[in-house]
Design a protein around this ligand. Structure first.
Ligand SMILES: Cc1cc2nc3c(=O)[nH]c(=O)nc-3n(C[C@H](O)[C@H](O)[C@H](O)COP(=O)(O)OP(=O)(O)OC[C@H]3O[C@@H](n4cnc5c(N)ncnc54)[C@H](O)[C@@H]3O)c2cc1C
Length: 530
C-alpha cells in the first residue's frame, strides 16, 4: 500500500496499532462460510491491505479522512462474528474496533445503555438485570457486538416479542460518515443527550440501517444508545454445567413459566403465534426445530442419526416454547391462562415433556440470554451451517407459505445426500415482532465445508429458494444472499433477484452516492452507487 498513507496511520494511532503483518492480515480473512466465497477454504479471497486499531471517535475520523485522501477503502470490524466484516475486494483498510470497548453509561431512569463497538450483549445484560432492566440479546449469542447489531446488521432475537426488533431499539447515535464528517443522530444531534433516535435533531434511522443495516457500507458508528426494558425476573440467574446441554439453573425464577404448545399443522401454528403477539403475554419465544435439535443433541453424527430415528418421531413438528416473565404471581397466572386459551382456540396442545426441568432450564436460559447450545447444534454435526431463510420477515400468512416452500425445496437437496439430514426442517423459529404483525423464520442448513459439492448444493439451494420466494412475491431473505452475492463478486442488494414490487434500490444507490462521494466505505454487503 501507499507508504505515505501507512505512515499517516502510524502517526495517528502509534506504530503498535497499525499492522501489515501477512499472518495477521490472513487471520482477518478467516471466517465462517468463507468456503462459500473463496477457494473452498475458510480463508476469504481478499486480505485487507492493513489493519488499524483506533481507540476513539477522533482517531476513527482521522483514519477515514486519510482513506479518502489516499483513495483507500475501509471497513469496520467490531466483534467479527461472521464473514460480513471481511473485505469485499482488494485494497481495504480494516478498522478493528476492539479498543473501543467502553460501556459508557447505564441510564436506569431513562432506560438505556450507551456503548462503544466492542461491548457485547452479555456485558449490557448483566448490568441491566442488576437494575431490573434487560436488553434484546440476539440469536447469534451474547458475545456479539451490541452496537454492530443495532446500527448495522439485523436485530432478530427470541425476545423481539416483548422488546421489539433492534432497529427500533437504537436511540442516539454517533456516526463517522464515509467522508470523515461526524454526524450525531436524534436528541444527541441537538445536544439533548442520548434518549431518542428521532429528534429533536436529525433522524436518519431508515437511511442509517433500515430493516437489515448497511453492513459497513455507510461509514463507522462509534457510539450509540440502546433502549433497555423493564425485567421482572431475578437480578442474577446462576447456573451449573454451563456451555453444555446439561446446564441447569440453580433456582428457577419464581415469576417465570415455560409452556410449549404444538399444533397439527402450520396454519394453526401461525394463527397461535399471531394471537400470542397480539395478547402481549410472552417474554421470549422460539427454538430450533426438531431436525436440527436431534443433530445438535448428539455427541457425534452417529448418535444424532440414532436420535433422529428414535426421538424425532415423538417430538412434534409444529412446536415452539413460550417463556413468560411477570411482575407478580397474579400477572403470571393471567399470562398462562391467556396462553392456554389461545392454544385451545387454535387446536393446539401442550408438549409437557419440554416443560420439565431437564429441558425447561436450558430453554429458559437460551430464551433470555441467547445461550451457547444452539451454536453447538448448528456447528458441531458438520462444522458449518448457513441460514437459508435468514432475514425472512413474514406478515401474517406469508410466513406459512415461505416455510412450506423452503422446506419443499430443501428436501430435494437433503435427499441428494449433499446436505446434512435434518429432515428438511432445521429452522430457528418462530419470532414475533410488532405484536404479531411481523414474524420471522430462519431455515438453518448444514453442509460439509470440506466437500465442494456440498458447498455448491448450499449455494444452489439459496438461489432456488430466493427465486421461488420472489416469484411468489414474498420477501426475499437478505442475509443468506450475502454469501451468494460475494461468490458472484457483486454487492448484495445488486445481486438480489428482480423485485416485483417497488425497487427500493434506486433510492439506496442515491443514499450511497450522497453519503459516500469518494466511494470509500467497502460496500460489498450493501449496494454500489454506480
Ligand atoms: C452464526 C451467526 C448467527 C447470527 N445470528 C443472528 C441473530 O440471531 N440475530 C441477528 O440479529 N443477527 C445475527 N447474526 C448477525 C449479527 O447481526 C451479528 O453477528 C452481530 O449482531 C454483530 O456482531 P458481529 O460480530 O457480527 O459484528 P461484525 O462482524 O463486527 O460486523 C457486522 C457487520 O456490521 C459492520 N459493522 C460492525 N461494526 C460497525 C461499526 N462500528 N460501524 C459500522 N459498521 C459496522 C461490519 O462491517 C459488518 O458488515 C448472526 C451472525 C452469525 C455469524
Amino acid at each position: 500500500m501507499d507508504q505515505q498513507a501507512y505512515r499517516t496511520f502510524e502517526s495517528i494511532l502509534g506504530a503498535e496499532n497499525v499492522s501489515q503483518d501477512p499472518g495477521l492480515l490472513d487471520a482477518y480473512t478467516y471466517q465462517w462460510l468463507g468456503e462459500m466465497i473463496g477457494d473452498h477454504t475458510r480463508f476469504g479471497p481478499f486480505r485487507p491491505i492493513c489493519v488499524v486499531l483506533p481507540s476513539s471517535t477522533e482517531e476513527v475520523q482521522a483514519i477515514i479522512k486519510t482513506c479518502n485522501r489516499f483513495n483507500l477503502k475501509f471497513k469496520a470490524h467490531s466483534t467479527g462474528w461472521g464473514l460480513y466484516c471481511n473485505p469485499g475486494g482488494d485494497g481495504v483498510v480494516m478498522l478493528d474496533l476492539r479498543r473501543m470497548n467502553r460501556l459508557i453509561e447505564i441510564n436506569e431512569r431513562d432506560m438505556y445503555a450507551v456503548v462503544e463497538p466492542y461491548v457485547i450483549w452479555a456485558q449490557i445484560q448483566v448490568e441491566a438485570m442488576r437494575r431490573g432492566l434487560n436488553c434484546v440479546t440476539i440469536g447469534a449469542g451474547s458475545c456479539t457486538s451490541a452496537l454492530a447489531n443495532c446500527t448495522s446488521l439485523m436485530g432478530t432475537a427470541n425476545t423481539n416479542v416483548s422488546m421489539g426488533y433492534n432497529e427500533r431499539n437504537i436511540l442516539g447515535v454517533e456516526w463517522v460518515l464515509p467522508d470523515g464528517e461526524i454526524l450525531r443522530l436524534g436528541s444527541l444531534g441537538s445536544g439533548a443527550g442520548w434518549i431518542t433516535g428521532d429528534g429533536p435533531g436529525p433522524s436518519l434511522r431508515g437511511i442509517m440501517r433500515g430493516t437489515f443495516g448497511a453492513l459497513g457500507g455507510l461509514g463507522v458508528f462509534t457510539k450509540c444508545a440502546i433502549r433497555l426494558y423493564q425485567w421482572g425476573g431475578p437480578s442474577e440467574m446462576p447456573s451449573e454445567n454451563i456451555i453444555s446441554i446439561e446446564e441447569r439453573l440453580l433456582k428457577y425464577p419464581e415469576r417465570a413459566a415455560l409452556v410449549a404448545p404444538y399444533f397439527e399443522n402450520r396454519v394453526d401454528f401461525e394463527e397461535a403465534l399471531a394471537r400470542i403477539g397480539e395478547a402481549e403475554i410472552a417474554y421470549s419465544i422460539g427454538l430450533l426445530e426438531r431436525g436440527l435439535l436431534t443433530l445438535g443433541l448428539g455427541l457425534d453424527n452417529l448418535q444424532s442419526a440414532e436420535m433422529r430415528e428414535n426421538l424425532a418421531p415423538s417430538l412434534p413438528k409444529y412446536m415452539f416454547p413460550v417463556l413468560m416473565v411477570a411482575n407478580s404471581k397474579s400477572e403470571l397466572d393471567y399470562q398462562v391462562k391467556v396462553l392456554d386459551r389461545i392454544i385451545e382456540e387454535t387446536r393446539g396442545k401442550r408438549f409437557e415433556l419440554l416443560e420439565q426441568e431437564q429441558f425447561r432450564d436450558i430453554i429458559t436460559l437460551f430464551l433470555i440470554k441467547g445461550g451457547s447450545v444452539p451454536a453447538k447444534a448448528v456447528f458441531s454435526p458438520t462444522g458449518a451451517f448457513n441460514p437459508i431463510l435468514c432475514g425472512y420477515f413474514g406478515t401474517r400468512k406469508t410466513l406459512v407459505k415461505a416455510m412450506d416452500d423452503a422446506e419443499e425445496i430443501k428436501r430435494k437437496y437433503v435427499e441428494s445426500g449433499l446436505l446434512a439430514d435434518d429432515m428438511a426442517e432445521g429452522g430457528w423459529s418462530p419470532l414475533i415482532i410488532d405484536h404479531g404483525h411481523m414474524e420471522y423464520f430462519e431455515h438453518e442448513t448444514l453442509f460439509d465445508p470440506a466437500v465442494p459439492q456440498s458447498t455448491m448444493a448450499l449455494m444452489m439451494l439459496t438461489m432456488e429458494t430466493n427465486q421461488s420466494l420472489a416469484d411468489k412475491k414474498l420477501m426475499i431473505p437478505f442475509a443468506s444472499q450475502v454469501k451468494v452475492a460475494r461468490a458472484q463478486g457483486m454487492a448484495v442488494h445488486d445481486s438480489i433477484v428482480e423485485h416485483h414490487n417497488c425497487d427500493y434500490r434506486v433510492l439506496q444507490k442515491g443514499f450511497k452516492a450522497a453519503f459516500d462521494p469518494n466511494n470509500a466505505a467497502d460496500s460489498c454487503n450493501y449496494i454500489e452507487s454506480r
